[in-house]
Design a protein around this ligand. Structure first.
Ligand code: XUL
Ligand code: CO
Length: 437
């Protein structure tokens, strides 16, 4: 039975369309830089936000109207929810999805019961995924919601919390493999600390690394070949999260010899909480060979927390697509809408408006980015800015032909540096606007 009989599959109608249930820019078959749009984005729908966000906040109860819910925590209700989820993904033309273990099935009284509940719901995921071809982009485990994780999971002071979390991830790796999932994400829900007085930071970091190695070992053991991701977030729920930003995460991965197995899953709103921008994080990860996947959303600069809003800012999507194209696009990852409708947007149809807006914002961003790349105008200006490195002393330094002694001799002889030209930031910004509008 359809939950949205009045909504048919969302189609591309072009930029002149006034139909609010149509794409104006996202034409999945349109070729951009030799690849259909759909393959540039690999759009994914987050089960936790789309199906489980209630609209509650610290000041009030949930607001969402979800007529397909029967109000119980039964397996039958959970299974039905999965069918509704796939109807949404199909109608929106979202080819991938993501979920946490506890989003999809109720937690039981024991670990064994929880595992069984998961199996019952995974059966429906498998059926629906086989029926539609919509695939699991990555799976993950909720290692933060239950009170047993109040001190963290892999970084808890309680060894039993670590062990329980290991059991959960073991099961989720099996589930992810069962669903032919393309990846597994570690997001350190409470892997951080609130108070340095009671915290042994070194021991916690060592444990987190040990935990990741165990996950990788188990993946090898069961033949799960998907990509592991590490998702940075600087704070919330803990004050100091160990996975602060890409730089901190990559340092952690290299320190603990995890760099060959784990790439970054970069989220916009997490980047801004860290005092960065998503394009900064993507460029940094890409330049270090760690660009894996993206949790697409946006924050609100006037609010200091993770608002997980749908992205509509075309400047931002243009920058993101420019960087993605620069590093050759997604291999295993995709654009996962880790985003939820506002508490006030409680009608089911808002889920459609939200995703359509996000997909169109990225489609437009891709087209603008591709136009910038095709003309080569901006790239040429950037290249020119660094031209002192293309010949003479610059080229010699890059080729490793110099040391401090030889450079000192060079400068003693030359006396002063050759002047370079202006940074022309305002000109760059004006040129960008020419492509934007
Ligand atoms: C939380 C967040 C998570 C991860 C998966 O801020 O982004 O939903 O993406 O655990
Ligand atoms: Co996320």
């Amino acid at each position: 039975m359809s939950a949205f009989p009045e909504i048919s599959k969302i189609k591309f109608e072009g930029r002149e369309s006034k139909n609010n249930l149509a794409f104006r820019y996202y034409d999945e078959n349109e070729m951009v830089e030799g690849k259909p749009m759909r393959d540039h984005f690999r759009f994914s729908c987050a089960f936790w936000h789309t199906m489980r966000a209630s609209g509650s906040d610290p000041f009030g109860a949930g607001t969402m109207y979800r007529p397909w819910e029967d109000g119980t925590d039964s397996i039958a209700n959970a299974q039905n929810r999965v069918r509704v989820f796939f109807e949404i993904c199909e109608k929106l033309n979202l080819k991938y999805f993501s979920f946490h273990d506890r989003d999809i099935a109720p937690e039981g009284l024991t670990l064994a019961e929880s595992n069984n509940n998961l199996d019952e719901v995974v059966k429906v995921f498998k059926e629906e995924s086989d029926r539609t071809g919509i695939k699991l982009l990555w799976g993950t485990s909720n290692l933060f919601g239950n009170p047993r994780y109040m001190h963290g999971a892999a970084t808890s002071c309680n060894a039993d919390s670590f062990a329980y979390a290991a059991a959960q991830v073991k099961k989720m790796l099996e589930v992810t493999k069962e669903l032919d999932g393309l990846g597994y994400t570690f997001w350190g829900g409470r892997e951080g600390y609130q108070c340095i007085w009671n915290t042994d930071m070194k021991r916690e970091a060592d444990h987190l690394a040990q935990f990741m190695h165990m996950a990788i070992d188990y993946a090898k053991e069961i033949g799960f070949t998907g990509q592991f991701y590490f998702e940075p977030k600087p704070k919330e729920p803990t004050k100091h999260q160990y996975d602060y930003d890409c730089a901190a995460c990559i340092n952690f991965l290299r320190t603990y010899d995890l760099q060959d197995y784990v790439k970054m899953n970069i989220e916009t709103n997490h980047a801004t909480l860290a005092g960065h921008s998503v394009e900064h994080e993507m460029d940094y990860a890409g330049s270090q060979g760690f660009l894996g996947s993206v949790d697409a959303n946006s924050g609100d600069m006037l609010l200091g927390w993770d608002t997980d809003q749908f992205p509509t800012d075309v400047y931002m999507t243009t920058k993101m697509m420019l960087i993605l194209l620069k590093y050759g696009g997604f291999k295993t990852g995709g654009l996962n809408f880790d985003a939820k409708v506002r508490r006030e947007s409680f009608e089911p149809i808002d889920l459609f408006y939200a995703h359509i807006g996000g997909m169109d914002a990225f489609a437009l961003g891709l087209k603008i980015a591709a136009a910038m790349r095709a003309s080569g105008e901006i790239a040429e200006m950037v290249k020119d800015r660094y031209s002192s490195w293309d010949s003479g002393i610059g080229a010699e330094i890059e080729a490793g032909k110099h040391n401090f002694k030889s450079l000192s001799e060079y400068m003693l002889q030359k006396g002063e540096i050759s002047p370079c030209s202006s940074g022309h930031q305002e000109l760059f910004e004006n040129i960008v606007n020419r492509y934007m509008f």
